[in-house]
Design a protein around this ligand. Structure first.
Ligand code: ZN
Length: 171
């Protein structure tokens, strides 16, 4: 296992659109395991592949604390099938923005289609915080960051913090 360095805001790769993993070979599986372990050690709720510099459509998610599944897992080639429920505002952070927490609006429910490590398709229905994390991570795969969801007023308030994050500081 090797830990992967997490890219912070300002690095181009965070703005790139990722592509599906076509071949789940040993190398891909090893990368996904490293991604998962990196998230766990960084104490994140989620970590997308491009946050460690690889533009493939996969992310790690820690579901353990929501009692949904027993342990952190990786979601591969996710696709949103359905999104809805109430629009809920809650505080979000991101491992690529150390120390920054902002209120973000998200849908309360999401159903995704994904594949497991054997390449088998499955549907996953989530609500609440899990649905929030999934939307945040899928945004990453499209090069979208949580700060893109802020109101102009919120953005103005964090301008200096963003400059500091770009400079490698924790805010
Ligand atoms: Zn993030």
């Amino acid at each position: 296992m090797s830990l992967l360095p997490i890219k912070v805001y300002g690095e181009e790769v965070l703005r790139e659109k990722s592509v599906n993993i076509e071949n789940l070979d040993g190398e891909a599986v090893e990368f996904l395991e490293n991604l998962r372990q990196t998230m766990v050690l960084a104490k994140g709720l989620g970590l997308a592949a491009n946050q460690v510099g690889k533009t493939v459509r996969a992310f790690a998610i820690d579901l353990s604390q929501f009692d949904v599944l027993a342990e952190p897992k990786v979601i591969i080639n996710p696709e949103i099938m359905e999104i809805g429920g109430d629009i809920v505002t809650a505080e979000e952070g991101c491992l690529s923005f150390p120390g920054l927490y902002q209120n973000i609006e998200r849908s309360d429910k999401v159903t995704i289609k994904s594949i497991n490590l054997d390449g088998k398709e499955y549907l996953f229905e989530a609500s609440g915080l899990v649905a929030r994390v999934i939307q945040h991570e899928i945004d990453h795969l499209d090069g979208v960051l949580f700060i893109d969801k802020l109101t102009p007023a919120q953005r103005t308030l964090i301008k200096r913090k963003l400059t500091r994050i770009k400079a490698g500081e924790r805010v």
